[in-house]
Design a protein around this ligand. Structure first.
Ligand SMILES: [Zn+2]
Length: 79
């Protein structure tokens, strides 16, 4: 697999890929730290979304989406 393909799979933008390939060690490390934090936030959002959908599968109420606020019930990150 080419290096640029790996970077795309990691969810980097074209500008980030350019910096990853052409930047010095500190630039790459800074980019990686920022992107790791971004991926952690996305992972938390996906986990919360999965929990909410799991609730919808199991809930028998007519208005189950209103059972509670998404942050409190499903752990959605607060903005
Ligand atoms: Zn419900």
């Amino acid at each position: 697999m080419r290096r640029s393909q790996c970077a795309k799979i990691a969810g980097l933008s074209l500008e980030q890929i350019r910096l990853l390939l052409d930047g010095d060690v500190e630039q790459r490390r800074s980019l990686a730290l920022a992107h790791a934090a971004h991926l952690d936030r996305r992972a938390a959002e996906i986990t919360a979304a999965r929990q909410m959908i799991g609730h919808v599968i199991d809930c028998r109420r007519d208005d189950c989406i209103d059972c509670a606020t998404p942050h409190d019930t499903f752990g959605f990150p607060r903005a």
